[in-house]
Design a protein around this ligand. Structure first.
Ligand SMILES: [Zn+2]
Ligand SMILES: [Zn+2]
Length: 141
């Protein structure tokens, strides 16, 4: 039997894979509190399995049992990648999140992120593409 633990998860609308959000215990909140990008209504999630990008709201977060790390599951990390729109000196940031293996390199994350955002646009409506600059790659947990 695989060890499991209760987590707050988002479900990929394409392949139904669950992605656990990191707990927000650093801020002294209850264990049911989970990470959410500060000041954002939406969280863009890049699925680690089907590589589709999906948009989630906090109302879509739900509790679920997931395989417990350190008890058999490979270590993973929840990463936020922020790109900057490169069109017309726009520079608007676009962030996406992925849970992936801990040893994934920043080059791999950049490549996955760039191909995922090719289907979307910045909030000024410019299509985001292969030339978007990486502003930051943050390993949240
Ligand atoms: Zn998926
Ligand atoms: Zn733009």
């Amino acid at each position: 039997m695989t060890p499991v633990q209760q987590s707050q998860v988002l479900v990929c609308p394409h392949c139904k894979r669950k992605t656990a959000l990191p707990p927000r215990n650093r801020e002294g909140k209850s264990p049911n509190q989970h990470y959410w990008p500060t000041g954002n209504v939406a969280l863009n999630l890049l699925c680690n399995v089907c590589r589709n990008l999906s948009v989630h709201s906090q109302g879509m977060v739900r509790p679920a049992l997931v395989e417990s790390e350190g008890l058999g599951a490979p270590p993973s990390v929840f990463v936020r990648i922020t790109f900057g729109c490169d069109q017309d000196n726009c520079g608007l940031p676009f962030s996406l999140h992925i849970r992936t293996e801990a040893q994934t390199t920043e080059d791999e994350l950049t490549t996955w992120g760039r191909s995922a955002i090719a289907t979307t646009a910045c909030s000024a409506g410019h299509p985001l593409g292969q030339n978007s600059t990486v502003i930051s790659i943050v390993r949240i947990q």
